[in-house]
Ligand binder design. Structure first.
Ligand code: ASP
Length: 584
C-alpha cells in the first residue's frame, strides 16, 4: 500500500493517527535541527515535520537531501500544528515523520510548480507534465471533467446514445482543409481526418439511432487564429423526427443544466435573435448581450445634410457609450486611432457628446444642429452623460468595425463580467455565403443544411437571400454551438450540390454514400455541435481554451513537448509509396 490517505484529506479529526502518504516535494524549510516539507499530490498539500528531538538525526539528514519535485513516501503520526494555516484544508495538522523513502528523484524543474509560476508559456508547454502539477491547469482539467460528466449525464437521461464514429474517413468538406493520412495498404490513397462526424451522424439517423451524441475530436487544417487548435473537441448531437423547435429546446436544456450544475446559475429562457437582426443591432452574428450598446442606424437622420462622408456611405451607424462624455478630447482621439488601426480598419470616427444639460457637442457641429444631434441620441438610445460614436461606409465592413469598437469599449468599461452568463440563439442564417476569392457561393454552415421552407426556388434567382434552417448558440459573445435541420431527400441534396458548383460526378464521388442512404427512407433529422473547449473555458470564466486542454498545440499548430509535426524517415515514406517534393 503506497498510501493510507492523500495529501488533501487529513484534518484535526485525524490527530494521533498513524498514516502513510506519498507525493511530490513542493518545498522545504530547513532550520538545522528541524525540517518542514510540503508534500503535494492532486488532492492538496500536507506539511511534514522532521524533528531531530522527536525522531532521529538520520532522518533529518535524509530530509535535508530532498530536492524539489522528489517523489517520496512517508510514514508518521498526525499531530497538531503549532502555527496553523487557515488557507489550506490540512492547515491544522502536520505529520511527524518516522520513516522516509525516496521513490524517485527529480532534476531541478525548469520553472516553479506554484500557482503563480515564473515559467513563461513556451517553457510550460514544453514541460506540460510539470505544468499540469500546478493548480490552475490541474483544476481546469478537473473542471473539464465535471462538464463532460454533466453532458453525459444529461444527454443519457434524455435518451441520447453515445456512438463513436471513425477518425479515418473520406473528406467531408465543411469549409476547412482536411488533414490527410496516407494509406499503406492502399498505395496512393489517403484517409482524411474528420472535420466533424457530420455525415456519419446523419447516417446514424438513417440507421434509426434516433438520438445520438458523441464527445469527439475534430480536425481542421486551417490557418490558426489566436486560441484555435487544429484538433478540438465537439459535443456532437443529432436527432430524428424533430423540428427546429425540438432541437432548440433540447440543447437549451443541456446548456441550462450545465450552467446550473457547474456554475450554480439559473438562466431564464434563452432569447432568440434572427441573424439579420443580430447583424443590424450588434454588427455580429455572435453578439455579447451581457450589456446593451445596441447599434442605431442613422442613415435617415444623418444623410442629406452637407456632410459628404455620410451622404456617400451605404450605412451610417452609431452606439452610445455609457458615461462616455467624461472622456477627454485626448481619450477620444485615442479611440479614433484605435478604430483606424489596420486590425479594425475604419477611416475615421465621428462623435457627439451628450452633455448633462441635454445639449450636444459633436465633431461635426458645422453640419448638424442640436435637433439633428438629438435624433442621433434617440436612435442610439444615448442619455445625458453618454458619448455617441458613429462610423460610416460599406455596410458589412462598418458593422464589423463598430462591433469591434463595441466590444473594446465594453471591456474597458468592465461590462464583460465572466461570472455573468447571457446565452441566446441566433437563427435563420443565410444558406450561402459569397466567397470573394473563388467568386462563388459556399454553404455558410455546410452543404447538408436545408433551406427555409419555400425558399428553394429563390436559390435560382437570388441565392444570397436564401435563409437556412440553421442556428447558433451564443454565450457571452462566443459561438459555442451551431447546427441545422438537414436535407433528407436525394433530390434536394443533389440540387444543393449542383448550386454549390459540384458536377453530378463530383457529388457522386464525394457523397454518393449519403445520397444512396437517402434513398432508403431517411427520416427528417437535424442536430448541432458544441465546441467543448470553448464552452468549458467560458463556464470556467476564462478567455483562453489552452488551460482546459491537457496537451494543447501552440499558435503554429506545434506540440512543442513531443515536437510534432516532424519528418518521417525514408523507410516509412517508401513503405507508403510517397516521395517528398518540398517547396522550401
Ligand atoms: N457538423 C457541424 C459543425 O461541426 C455541426 C452540425 O451541423 O451539427 O459545425
Amino acid at each position: 500500500m503506497y498510501r493510507s490517505h492523500n495529501c488533501g484529506e487529513l484534518s484535526a479529526a485525524h490527530i494521533n493517527t498513524e498514516v502513510t502518504l506519498a507525493g511530490w516535494v513542493q518545498k522545504s524549510r530547513d532550520k538545522g535541527f528541524i525540517v518542514w516539507v510540503d508534500l503535494r499530490d492532486r488532492y492538496g498539500i500536507t506539511q511534514l515535520v522532521f524533528d531531530e528531538e522527536r525522531t532521529s538525526k538520520d532522518l533529518i539528514d535524509q530530509a535535508q537531501n530532498l530536492g524539489r519535485e522528489f517523489v517520496i513516501q512517508v510514514k508518521g503520526k498526525v499531530i497538531e500544528r503549532a502555527s496553523k494555516n487557515a488557507n489550506i484544508p490540512t492547515g491544522d495538522i502536520e505529520i511527524l515523520v518516522s520513516e522516509l523513502k525516496v521513490l524517485n528523484e527529480s532534476i531541478l524543474p525548469p520553472f516553479t510548480i506554484e500557482d503563480k509560476t515564473d515559467g513563461g508559456e513556451d517553457i510550460r508547454m514544453k514541460y506540460r507534465y510539470l505544468d499540469i502539477r500546478r493548480n490552475p491547469v490541474k483544476n481546469s482539467l478537473i473542471f473539464r471533467h465535471k462538464v463532460t460528466q454533466e453532458v453525459r449525464n444529461y444527454l443519457s437521461k434524455e435518451g441520447f446514445i453515445e456512438v463513436e464514429t471513425p477518425y479515418l474517413i473520406k473528406s467531408t468538406p465543411e469549409g476547412a482543409r482536411d488533414f490527410v493520412v496516407p494509406s499503406r495498404m492502399n498505395e496512393g490513397q489517403f484517409y482524411a481526418l474528420p472535420q466533424s462526424p457530420q455525415t456519419f451522424k446523419q447516417l446514424l439517423m438513417v440507421g434509426g439511432m434516433d438520438k445520438y451524441f458523441q464527445i469527439v475530436k475534430c480536425f481542421r487544417d486551417e490557418d490558426l487564429r489566436a486560441d484555435r487548435q487544429p484538433e478540438f473537441t465537439q459535443i456532437d448531437c443529432e436527432m430524428a423526427f424533430i423540428e427546429q423547435e425540438d432541437i432548440l429546446n433540447a440543447f437549451e436544456g443541456l446548456t441550462r443544466h450545465l450552467l446550473k450544475e457547474v456554475n450554480g446559475v439559473d438562466v431564464e429562457k434563452f432569447p432568440r435573435l434572427l441573424y439579420d437582426d443580430a447583424m443590424r443591432l450588434y454588427g455580429n452574428d455572435k453578439p455579447d448581450i451581457r450589456f446593451g450598446m445596441q447599434f442605431g442606424e442613422l442613415n435617415e437622420v444623418a444623410q442629406h445634410k452637407d456632410f459628404g462622408v455620410f451622404n456617400n456611405a451605404e450605412l451610417v451607424v452609431g452606439i452610445a457609450v455609457p458615461g462616455g462624455n467624461s472622456y477627454t478630447r485626448k481619450e477620444i482621439d485615442k479611440l479614433i486611432d484605435w478604430v483606424k488601426r489596420p486590425q479594425v480598419g475604419a477611416l475615421g470616427m465621428i462623435y457627439s457628446r451628450c452633455n448633462d444639460d441635454g445639449t450636444f457637442k459633436s465633431s461635426v457641429d458645422k453640419f448638424y444642429d442640436q435637433d439633428d444631434l438629438r435624433k442621433w441620441a434617440e436612435v442610439t438610445g444615448a442619455k445625458p452623460g453618454d458619448l455617441i460614436c458613429v462610423l460610416s461606409g460599406n455596410t458589412n465592413k462598418v458593422r464589423a468595425q463598430l462591433s469591434a469598437l463595441r466590444m473594446e469599449l465594453a471591456e474597458r468599461l468592465g461590462l464583460r463580467n465572466p461570472k455573468e452568463f447571457a446565452p441566446l440563439w441566433v437563427m435563420d442564417f443565410p444558406l450561402l455565403e459569397w466567397d470573394e476569392n473563388t467568386e462563388r457561393y459556399h454553404a455558410m454552415h455546410h452543404p447538408f443544411t436545408s433551406p427555409k421552407p419555400g425558399q428553394l426556388e429563390l436559390l435560382k434567382t437570388n441565392p444570397g437571400e436564401v435563409k437556412a434552417n440553421a442556428y447558433d448558440l451564443v454565450l457571452n459573445g462566443n459561438e459555442i454551438g451551431g447546427g441545422s435541420i438537414r436535407i433528407h431527400d436525394k433530390q434536394t441534396q443533389s440540387l444543393m450540390f449542383d448550386y454549390l458548383g459540384f458536377t453530378p460526378e463530383e457529388a457522386k464521388a464525394q457523397f454518393g454514400f449519403l445520397m444512396d442512404a437517402f434513398q432508403y427512407g431517411a427520416p427528417p433529422h437535424g442536430g448541432l455541435a458544441f465546441g467543448l473547449d470553448r464552452l468549458v473555458a467560458i463556464l470556467g470564466g476564462q478567455e483562453t481554451i489552452r488551460d482546459f486542454i491537457a496537451f494543447p498545440k501552440n499558435n503554429s499548430g506545434r506540440d512543442v513537448m513531443i515536437d510534432a509535426p516532424a519528418a518521417i524517415d525514408d523507410e516509412q515514406l517508401t513503405e507508403l509509396g510517397l516521395q517528398l517534393n518540398l517547396k522550401s
